[in-house]
Unconditional design. Structure first.
Lengths: 213, 166
């Protein structure tokens, strides 16, 4: 018998030997596009970190360090930056881990769980960044209030005209307004950056849910 | 949205019924279970991406042959991690117990390992030959002329025989 005929015979025989893949698994494969969404989350978070880093490097001139010294924040602020970048790096690691997890699972249920986990991680990440911005702004404002000589001048001038209590109230309101507007802007930035990806993940999740239950 | 999930259901159903085509392609292009799964998934995704362009003027199977082989040849080649095709995992080749024939089994092992040494296009030719496709279909699937398909096929067959009977 010809070798190739033998091969053909064997080839025909193997038809029944393949482990058959069920519909659910196929659906799972189609919704693997979640993995590309999560990949984008990783990429964007890295780019974002680079953006913040480059902004802080570009703005860190002599004037900036002098201002920090003036506010008595010259040791605290760099310390805070290092910690916050560390936390951001940790988040990026988590995003990457989520991506790996989604990329390797072919089980619909697990895929759904991983999508939920990823959404949660992104949510925490955004909350963390907002909180961190608010806290550092509050700290800077407090120290500015305490140590900035020009602020002191304004206070001295103003207190001779108005009741100091009203003056401090107004100052507090102005600071609060500035913080809220700034945080709002950053929140908008994140909504734009991650919002689209999150909605796509959610859509994917909803479709998976239809299959599984 | 509604339309989309409807076509998705149709696709999944057809793919499930014809999944052996993909399994067989994976069988020829991969040497272990993990790679088999990987390629299966890759082909499934490529088929799904191409599904909107599948109008049903050719059979689902013919279309699946074409897209599947293209994926195996182009896409998979790019991401192939290592050149481990030379060593063919013999345990991966399942032996049916009832008609076990030692001599035939040895020959088959040799054949499969010889195939794993062929290049990706040659593997596609062997695959279509094993699937009993005529030259018209082979030329359509691989996008080459019938004459070219014939010439190439003879060359591959010769190559295999030479490997077996040096």
């Amino acid at each position: 018998m010809d070798e190739l005929d033998l091969l053909k015979k064997d080839w025909k025989k193997q038809e029944s030997s393949f482990q058959q893949i069920g519909e659910k698994e196929i659906y799972g494969m189609l919704h693997k596009r979640s993995s590309s969404i999560v990949k984008w989350i990783v990429i964007i978070s890295v780019l974002e970190l680079l953006l913040w880093l480059s902004i802080s490097f570009l703005t860190a001139d002599d004037k900036y360090t002098k201002t920090l010294e003036l506010y008595h924040l010259d040791t605290f602020m760099p310390f805070m930056s290092v910690i916050s970048y560390g936390v951001i790096l940790f988040f990026i690691f988590l995003f990457f881990k989520n991506y790996k997890a989604i990329n390797t699972t072919d089980n619909v249920k697990q895929l759904m769980q991983n999508i939920l986990k990823t959404r949660k991680t992104v949510k925490y990440y955004v909350w963390y960044n907002l909180a961190m911005t608010a806290i550092s702004m509050i700290i800077v404002f407090i120290f500015q209030f305490l140590y900035d000589p020009s602020i002191k001048k304004v206070i001295d001038n103003a207190s001779s005209n108005i009741d100091p209590k009203t003056f401090y109230c107004i100052m507090l309101l102005v600071y609060a307004a500035v913080i809220i507007v700034f945080i709002g802007l950053i929140w908008l930035f994140y909504r734009l950056l991650y919002g689209i990806l999150m909605r796509r993940l959610q859509k994917n999740y909803d479709e998976l849910k239809k299959i599984d239950y | 949205m509604y339309m989309k999930s409807e076509s998705e259901a149709l696709f999944v159903k057809q793919l499930k019924e014809n999944q052996n085509i993909i399994h067989k392609i994976c069988r020829l292009y991969t040497t272990d279970e993990d790679a088999h799964k990987d390629l299966f998934q890759e082909i499934t995704i490529q088929l799904w991406k191409a599904f909107p362009n599948f109008r049903g003027d050719s059979k689902f199977t013919t279309w699946a042959y074409r897209v599947g082989l293209n994926t195996a040849i182009t896409l998979y080649r790019k991401k192939k991690r290592s050149i481990d095709t030379i060593e063919f995992d013999s345990t991966f080749h399942k032996v049916t117990q009832d008609d076990y024939n030692f001599e035939e089994e040895e020959k088959l092992k040799l054949l499969y390992s010889a195939i794993s040494e062929l290049n990706d296009i040659e593997k596609a030719l062997v695959f279509l030959y094993l699937e009993d496709k005529d030259y018209t279909e082979i030329s359509e699937t691989l996008g080459i002329s019938e004459v070219n398909a014939r010439v190439k096929m003879n060359r591959v067959k010769g190559k295999l025989k030479k490997i077996l009977n040096p």
